[in-house]
Design a protein around this ligand. Structure first.
Ligand SMILES: Nc1ncnc2c1ncn2[C@@H]1O[C@H](COP(=O)(O)OP(=O)(O)OP(=O)(O)O)[C@@H](O)[C@H]1O
Length: 260
C-alpha cells in the first residue's frame, strides 16, 4: 500500500517582511506536514530567523498568509499563537541559573495551565509523571535536582526544549539548537528531534551542515529573503545555485566541521 503524505499543519503563503522599507523576506511560501522535521538553511541574512519570527507572531508579515491547523494566524498576537500550539525556542538559553531542572519543568507546565501558581502549588501525580517522562526524553532524568546553572551548554539547550515540550506545542520552532554543542551533544539533539517528530512537527534554522545532512529529510534553502530551493539534502547539494550562493562559499572557508 502506498504511504500517504501526512496532512499539512502549517502553511505559509507568499510571506513578506519589511523593516523600514527593506524586504528581509520576499514572497516566501512553506508547507510543513505533520510529523515533519524541516531544516531551514541559507547564508547569513537570508531571512531564516525572520521567517520563524513571522510564524510565531513576533514580526508581523507585510503581506502573505499563515494558516496553522486550519486557523489563519497571520494577524494573531504572539501569546495567542503560542496558546494555539506553536512553540519557539531562541538560540540563547534563557534559563534561571538558581532553579533546579525539575523546577524549570514545573514552571513550564504551570505556564501551560495558565495558572499564576507559586512554586509550592501541588502537582497531581499525573503531572509529576509527565515531568519525569519528559526529563527522560531530554536525557536529564538523573539531573532533576541539579541547579540549572550547573548544566553543560548542551544540557541547558535540552532543558529549554523540554520546557517547550511541557507546553505541548504541535509545532516547535528552533533557532540553531546545536550551536556550541560538542559532536556527541549534536548527535543526541538530532535523535531527540527525531523522537519529537513522532508526535509533533519541527522547523529548525541551522548552519551546521553536517547536522543537517545527518538528520534532514527535507531542506528549505533561503537566499536574500526568497526561496532558493526545497528538497532532500541530495537535491539541495546538487543544485548549482545553492552551491554558488551558499555551500560553495562555505566550502572555501570550511576548516573541518564548523558552522557556516
Ligand atoms: N528587526 C529588524 N530590523 C531591521 N532589519 C532586520 C531586523 N531583523 C532582521 N533584519 C534584517 O533582515 C535580514 C534577514 O535577517 P535574518 O536574521 O532573518 O536572517 P538569517 O537568515 O536568520 O541570518 P543569520 O543566519 O545570520 O541568523 C538581515 O539583513 C537583517 O539585518
Amino acid at each position: 500500500m502506498k504511504e500517504q503524505t501526512p496532512p499539512v499543519i502549517l502553511q505559509c503563503d507568499s510571506l513578506t517582511a519589511e523593516f523600514d522599507g527593506f524586504k528581509a523576506v520576499q514572497g516566501m511560501s512553506l508547507a510543513l506536514h505533520q510529523g515533519e522535521l524541516r531544516f531551514l538553511i541559507g547564508p547569513n541574512g537570508a531571512g531564516k530567523t525572520t521567517m520563524l519570527d513571522m510564524i510565531c507572531g513576533k514580526t508581523k508579515p507585510a503581506t502573505g498568509k499563515i494558516v496553522f491547523g486550519g486557523t489563519d494566524i497571520t494577524r494573531k498576537k504572539e501569546h495567542q499563537i503560542a496558546e494555539l500550539g506553536i512553540g519557539r525556542k531562541f538560540q540563547t538559553p534563557s534559563i534561571f541559573r538558581t532553579l533546579t531542572v525539575r523546577e524549570h519543568m514545573e514552571l513550564a507546565m504551570k505556564q501551560r495551565r495558565g495558572v499564576f501558581a507559586v512554586m509550592r502549588a501541588k502537582l497531581t501525580g499525573e503531572e509529576r509523571e509527565r515531568i519525569e517522562a519528559q526529563l527522560a526524553m531530554i536525557g536529564l532524568e538523573r539531573k532533576g535536582e541539579w541547579i540549572a546553572g550547573g548544566l553543560s551548554h548542551g544540557e541547558k539547550q535540552w532543558l529549554e526544549i523540554g520546557m517547550l515540550l511541557m507546553q505541548e506545542p504541535k509545532v516547535l520552532l528552533l533557532d540553531e539548537p546545536v550551536a556550541g554543542m560538542t559532536d556527541a551533544e549534536t548527535e543526541k539533539t538530532g535523535e531527540l528531534l527525531r523522537e519529537i517528530t513522532r508526535t509533533q512537527s519541527v522547523i529548525v534554522v541551522e548552519h551546521d551542515m553536517e547536522f543537517v545532512r545527518n538528520f534532514a529529510s527535507k531542506v528549505t534553502v533561503m537566499h536574500e529573503g526568497e526561496l532558493l530551493k526545497e528538497g532532500t539534502m541530495e537535491d539541495v547539494q546538487r543544485d548549482e545555485r545553492v552551491a554558488e550562493v551558499y555551500l560553495g562559499k562555505r566550502r572555501e572557508s570550511d576548516a573541518g566541521r564548523t558552522s557556516a
